[in-house]
Design a protein around this ligand. Structure first.
Ligand code: DGL
Length: 284
């Protein structure tokens, strides 16, 4: 049976996708592998759902790129997922969420969920003294998206932000629990620690893998906020609301990358174990 098609226009380009059903997959994209921390929580929370993950490994990192470039890449990623017929798009990248979520949500004909608002909600629950730290890529911190979102909920919140660009390559290299990770955490996080924050948002999808080094340096009194779990809850709520949740079976998970599938699989094991057993390279 052929399914109906719907079209959205973006910057003069048409984004066409098949109308979603309960059986359609959840689409997830990131600049590379970091979004697998979010996918992991989605799979745990929604084991029946099929997922399609796109890691734009050829053009990663996004965190050092301009707004225009991140916007363009984000739309191209969403377009790929829509062509695969997904029923919902998760922007599992803080940089893309900071820069492109609003535009994506306006232009895509399926629901779009980012990682910033869920992280903000979790941080507001965690804080007692209303001093919240945010760490992320340069693009995320420069966008001010976290500060705006936090202050929109509570104007009196004090926000302390810091970009930590070296954390991403450390995670990619698997150097998450050694002296280099400890020293880098110390160098980046000293001023945040002195500011007296009691919650720290890990505003980059790679950072949950550095929880130990970050937590050891910040100490027990600072709660580390990871938006992945909260994002998965939002995905579940939206699917339920729209009667799009898959009702039976176990989900299948497929992975696409724009470069170096072998490396993605190897690094992906650190995030998701054996579930990342193959990845298909697509041309960009
Ligand atoms: N996944 C990106 C993010 O969450 C980090 C890596 C990058 O800079 O592309 O911001």
């Amino acid at each position: 049976m052929s399914r109906a098609k719907s079209t959205a226009r973006v910057d003069g380009r048409a984004l066409t996708h098949e109308l979603a059903s309960r059986e359609s997959a959840i689409g997830v994209f990131d600049s590379g592998i970091g979004g697998l921390t979010v996918l992991q929580r989605i799979i745990e929370a929604l084991p029946r759902e099929n997922t399609i993950y796109l890691g734009d490994t050829a053009r990663s990192p996004y965190g050092t790129k301009s707004v225009e470039t991140v916007l363009r890449y984000s739309f191209e990623n969403a377009e790929f997922l829509l062509e695969k017929g997904v029923k919902l798009v998760v922007v599992a990248c803080n940089t893309s969420t900071a820069v492109a979520l609003e535009a994506l949500a306006e232009n895509l004909s399926v629901p779009v969920i980012g990682v910033i608002e869920p992280g903000v909600r979790r941080a507001l629950e965690a804080t007692r003294n209303r001093k919240i730290g945010v760490i992320g890529t340069e693009a995320t911190i420069q966008s001010g998206a976290y500060t705006r979102a936090l202050k929109m909920h509570d104007a009196k919140i004090e926000v302390y932000s810091r970009s930590c660009p070296l954390f991403v390559p450390l995670v990619e290299e698997g150097w998450v629990d050694n002296v280099v990770a400890e020293t880098t955490a110390e160098a980046y996080l000293g001023s945040l620690k002195r500011s007296g924050i009691d919650s720290l948002i890990l505003g980059c999808t790679h950072y949950p893998l550095l929880k130990k080094a970050i937590g050891d340096f910040m100490g027990r009194n600072v709660a580390l906020v990871d938006s992945a779990e909260e994002t998965a809850k939002e995905v579940r709520a939206v699917l339920k609301q729209r009667s799009l949740a898959r009702e039976r079976g176990r989900g299948n998970h497929s992975f696409f990358v724009t470069d170096a599938p072998e490396r993605f699989i190897k690094v992906g094991h650190r995030f998701l174990g054996e579930q990342v057993d193959s990845a298909v390279r697509i041309e960009r």
